[in-house]
Design a binder for this molecule. Sequence first.
Ligand code: COA
Length: 258
Amino acid sequence: MTEATQDILVHTEAGVTTITFNRVDKKNSITTTMYAAMADALAAAQADASVRVVVFQGDVAVFSAGNDIGDFLQQPPATQDAPVFRFLRGIAGFTKPVIAAVCGPAVGIGTTMLLHCDLVYAGDNAAFSMPFVNLGLCPEAASSLLVPQMMGYHRAAEALLLGEPFMAEAAQEVGLVNRVVPPTECNAVAQAQARKLAAKPLSALIETKRLMKQGQAPQVLAVMAEEGASFGRMLREPAAREAFGAFMAKRKPDFSNC
Ligand code: COA
């Protein structure tokens, strides 16, 4: 059984399961234990016929700083059964609607997980970034496939090669975000949309989502597995070691030898 954690809160009410990042002091960076808790919560929501919608939310000032770098260094995901990959397969294959409410930084998987959400609402303080290259790594969560499809190649290259943050309005323009709202209203907007969806016939929601995604589902899983293998290998290589060591030591990385 997965270790219990208060860093992920799971609450189900009126057909809506809400999964909340609750590790604000560490900018909601995600540990192995948190991935396991989210994977378990998704599996439970998938299996529970009374659950119709899942909402992911963070804090008004931060959605998630992505992988917990120290935790990743200590226990890099070694196999496809690692909690991070279980979570990614769970969200990518989730058959019911998934909504995200995003305020503040959404780094790495904090952004790429949104590619697997059906509706995304962002506070006007949201800042999205996929700085994998800056960490000596490669994209994950099928972002190497889905980001170019969504934004077009050149904007995707800017986001994935430079890894610089882009704000909520730019995210809305490229189609990652449905609506930009004041940060204090973001979670409430997501919940209101969830309630609307929860009142609709579940079988029609599931079939509509399946039809929209079916053409790509096998490719998404295949790309995710290939990215995961590269990501796992690159985590142990000099560039990532230098990037992560620099982050822990609060200094600039030096990639002159990588
Ligand atoms: N892993 C582990 N700890 C993290 C973290 C991460 N990804 N992101 C932030 N933290 C920790 C910081 O080490 C710091 O801890 P401390 O108080 O013990 O020193 C605390 O969270 C606050 O972070 P800080 O950087 O001071 O906050 P900020 O508001 O100045 O910046 C971010 C917020 C998210 C922009 C910045 O923390 C950041 O860039 N984090 C790294 C993101 C990243 O590279 N993620 C990996 C993607 S694969």
